[in-house]
Design a protein around this ligand. Structure first.
Ligand code: URA
Length: 505
């Protein structure tokens, strides 16, 4: 039976809708009753009402209207079309792509978004799914433009949030304040959880705040910008990072401003560097074409060989060229009475920003395996053969670049200092670079992986796969094999440490 509107009030006023789910529930009810878009007054809670085109002045009483609302119907969704609601005599099927766009449009600040989405929904039902492909249609075009603005806002949030490191009662928390253009905080949240899973962080904003405690994500109330945390240390790091990664020979001012919009500069500590770097770029680019005479650097180990003194001295290490493009030194960390030391190759992208070893994706693999074999990371000293991140730019990414033998040799002073101070019972080298740093250039992981040696560093010394070999494996089966070998080797070390404890104490 066709829907009829003859007995309906002139317009239908909806209680404020503030979420996609809220809009969807209302849209289902309206569709089920056959209410055309021009009769609906949408309220997005911002105080601005949005009317469908040609709508009559509000005449309906919302409460009376609600009484007429039909019961909500379940959604049956399947690609490439999704059923949104049963209308009179059947379900309303809309392209899944429309619903995906609608989810993002719902995050836009435009007060007319709910009306636009309902109008599109209505028209898709009347005119068929093909409407969604007509990009010249003004409604389709507008929805796509709003979606693009939301996507851009999410992208900018992922690129421009700047954390400050705070410490409360010895617990580290990374806190940022960021103002989004649209309501996109929840859309962007998975990016931050994925990227900074092992850290505790909060992203505060004027309307809503996001909090991650290492396991759960929470939403909290907004915080005014004047209460935003500041950290001069982090600001200095961002400036150093920007200076280090600025390539004067590849400067394109237009592209740079498109990437780093001027209206965001106030919130970016590194923006203070831009003017000077741009001014000095031509001269520096000339200089880069004339290679400077090479001066061999030396490693400056302090006289005091305590872990605290070593860490402090390593912060300013310029023993090789890697420090030039690195953000922070990722010195080893763990308890000073650790019985086990794990040695990786060098910090990665996330370790470089955090100044801590194994906090990125390889660290997640490592943490998972340690838990499986009953070893607690809190009781282990975790470090790397090289303390700075060596990388090459690829597009916008920083890609790991293997340290040279000379760089590993140069950095070895820090590693030996750590081992001397710790005198551990077991040392496990993760991957070939770490193994060759400690056991010599001729050591082959393929031949000696998992074998226990007595070395001058520790009575139990062994080399195994690097956790990132699990991530780089070319198939799931290969990844599972590498992970199982890594787990077996660490389980063996745990067992040997267990028996040592039974014998010695
Ligand atoms: N890979 C390493 O070898 N070390 C880290 O700290 C992170 C990734």
């Amino acid at each position: 039976m066709a829907a009829t509107t003859a007995h309906m009030p002139l317009s239908v006023r909806i209680a404020p809708v503030t979420s996609f789910q809220g809009w969807r529930a209302e849209a289902r009810r309206l569709l089920a009753r056959g209410v055309p878009p021009e009769r609906v007054e949408w309220d997005d809670g911002s105080g601005q009402l949005a009317l469908g085109p040609g709508a009559a002045p509000a005449a309906a009483d919302a409460a009376a209207d609600d009484a007429q609302v039909a019961a909500e119907a379940p959604v049956a969704a399947e690609a490439p079309v999704a059923a949104l609601a049963p209308a009179h005599g059947g379900s309303t099927r809309v392209p899944r792509a429309f619903l995906e766009t609608a989810r993002r449009v719902a995050c836009h600040r435009d007060a007319g978004r709910w009306a636009l989405l309902y109008r599109l929904l209505w028209r898709l039902r009347q005119e068929g799914s093909a409407l969604w492909e007509v990009s010249g249609d003004p409604d389709v075009h507008r929805a796509r433009a709003l979606e693009a603005a939301v996507r851009r806002d999410v992208h900018q949030m992922t690129a421009f949030v700047r954390f400050a490191r705070l410490e409360e009662d010895g617990v580290e928390r990374w806190v940022a304040w960021y103002r989004t253009d649209h309501h996109i905080v929840e859309l962007a949240a998975p990016f931050f959880v994925e990227r900074f899973r092992s850290m505790r962080w909060s992203i505060l904003g004027p309307e809503v705040s996001l909090h991650w405690d290492g396991e759960t994500l929470g939403l909290g109330p907004g915080v005014p910008g004047r209460d935003a945390p500041r950290s001069d240390e982090m600001a200095a790091l961002w400036r150093a990072y920007y200076r280090a990664t600025f390539n004067p020979a590849r400067l394109r001012v237009k592209a740079m401003v498109a990437e780093l919009p001027v209206r965001r500069w106030a919130a970016l500590p590194e923006a203070t560097e831009i003017a000077e770097l741009v001014r000095g770029a031509p001269a520096r680019a000339d200089q880069m074409r004339t290679p400077a005479p090479r001066v061999l650097p030396v490693l400056q180990l302090p006289d005091d060989r305590s872990l605290v003194a070593l860490r402090e001295a390593a912060r300013g290490c310029q023993g090789c060229d890697i420090h030039r493009n690195a953000t922070r030194t990722a010195f080893g960390e763990g308890p000073s009475d650790a019985r086990l030391v794990l040695v990786g190759e060098q910090p990665g992208d996330q370790e470089d920003l955090a100044g801590r070893p194994f906090v990125g994706p390889a660290g997640k693999v490592l943490d998972g395996v340690l838990t499986e074999v009953g070893l607690s990371r809190q009781s282990i000293w975790v470090t790397n053969a090289v303390k700075h991140f060596k990388w090459e730019p690829r597009g916008k990414k920083r890609i790991h670049s293997r340290p040279s033998q000379r760089e590993i040799e140069m950095c070895k002073g820090w590693l030996l200092g750590e081992l001397e101070a710790l005198r551990p019972e077991a040392v496990v080298c993760l991957g070939a670079s770490a193994a060759q740093a400690l056991f010599g250039k001729t050591f082959r992981l393929t031949r000696a992986r998992g074998r226990v040696f007595h070395t001058s560093w520790a009575p139990i010394s062994l080399a195994t796969y690097h956790p990132s070999a699990v991530l780089r494996a070319d198939s799931e089966a290969h990844a599972a094999d590498v992970r199982a070998a890594l787990r077996d080797d660490l389980a063996r070390v745990a067992e040997l440490l267990g028996s040592a404890r039974r014998v010695t104490g």
